[in-house]
Design a protein around this ligand. Structure first.
Ligand code: ATP
Ligand code: LTN
Length: 330
């Protein structure tokens, strides 16, 4: 069986270099070798309050960003989660398979619920069930994500196994695809915290839309340590190791090569080179986002096509699931 890849990003806030390295960059490589579905997960976005107008705008923006990052709609399907209703139908059914005690362990839920000022929605709690439905609906066996999503993916595996045991072989057990280096890009201001879209501190993250002078400023201001040597050691030198990870992904050099390039040099030289490498990687994407954004009829066509392909597979799978569970009529 050909490998099937599924992944998604929430259309909230602007994407940063962590999303790019862990998700988009991996996706662009995978599409040449595998059958890929890349989803804009708007139903996940509404698990925390969203402004409806902004959400709609962000959905199209996310599609423009996917394309600008090199995701090619002739090689894979790009579509919007809420336009394939089978995702929510399967999520309901899988919600009867997953356990409350399992959901209570999810660290993303614990972190995000602390930030909710208007009370915590039931949707935020069952978020990982919907994510399991996204993946299992397509029998995806490979799921490229950042490390923060590993716990959700593990739960999707548990749910798939439990369903298969109870109702007979129905779902493929998915595997995570995680970058060896850079599965967790840290904040430029606090190397103990992951770089996060929703972090209000602009200087903590490099956005795909940042202009060169902003990228230079953010990198020159990034925290380091007092040792002054460019050496990879995430335990003892988390800030510098994080910057080295960014350099590794944007220059193509190995960590060892980076260490020897900057042997005997200070952080100033290293940061200057890093800024130029990041600019060279992200500038073409920023420029392309502009042009895709302005071609809305092309975006609509791509999203329609992606939806139709996804819908066909999803409908077939749901028919089998209803049958296995004993829902409705034959
Ligand atoms: P939020 O701050 O709203 O939680 P986010 O920055 O985590 O957003 P998501 O839309 O949740 O962004 O994630 C999209 C993809 O990017 C996922 O695969 C996720 O694992 C990955 N990702 C997010 N942040 C990082 C990071 N700091 N390092 C590596 N990967 C990341
Ligand atoms: N929860 C993920 C987004 C997401 C996803 C998925 C990723 C929703 N469904 C299915 C991979 C596969 C996040 O990045 N916050």
């Amino acid at each position: 069986m050909k490998d099937l890849v599924f992944s998604g990003i929430q259309p909230t806030h602007e994407l940063h270099i962590g999303n790019y390295i862990a998700a988009l960059k991996q996706w662009a490589e995978l599409q040449h070798k595998k059958c890929c579905f890349f989803c804009i997960v708007d139903l996940h976005a509404i698990t925390v309050p969203q402004d409806p107008k902004k959400l709609r705008a962000n959905i199209l923006e996310a599609a423009a960003v996917y394309l600008a990052a090199g995701i090619d709609p002739t090689k894979c399907s790009i579509y919007i989660q809420s336009e394939v209703a089978e995702h929510t139908e399967l999520a309901w059914i899988l919600g009867t398979i997953g356990k409350v005690s399992e959901l209570e362990r999810m660290t993303q839920f614990k972190d995000k619920s602390k930030k909710q000022t208007q009370g915590v929605s039931a949707g935020l709690f069952t978020y990982p069930i919907l994510m399991a439905a996204d993946i299992l609906l397509y029998d995806a066996n490979q799921v490229p994500v950042g490390e923060d999503q590993m716990q959700h993916l593990e739960l999707a595996r548990v749910i798939a196994r439990r369903f298969n045991e109870r109702f007979g072989e129905t779902f493929t057990i998915p595997q995570p695809l995680i970058q060896k280096v850079g599965a967790r890009i840290m904040s430029l201001q606090d190397p103990e915290k992951k770089m996060s879209k929703s972090d209000p501190a602009e200087s903590s993250k490099i956005l795909l839309s940042d202009k060169p002078e902003i990228i230079r400023k953010k990198i020159m201001r990034a925290v380091t340590d007092t040792e002054g040597s460019v050496h990879f050691d995430p335990e003892k030198k988390p800030a510098v190791s994080n910057l080295m990870t960014l350099y590794h992904h944007t220059s193509g050099l190995s960590l060892k090569e980076i260490e020897s390039e900057f042997k005997g040099k200070g952080y100033g030289d290293f940061k200057k080179a890093l800024a130029e490498a990041v600019i060279a990687e992200l500038s073409p994407i920023r420029e392309k986002i502009e042009s895709y954004r302005s071609n809305s009829s092309e975006l609509e066509r791509i999203l329609d096509e992606g939806r139709d392909t996804a819908k066909e597979i999803a409908a077939r799978k749901m028919k089998l699931v209803r049958e296995r569970v004993g829902l409705g009529r034959a």
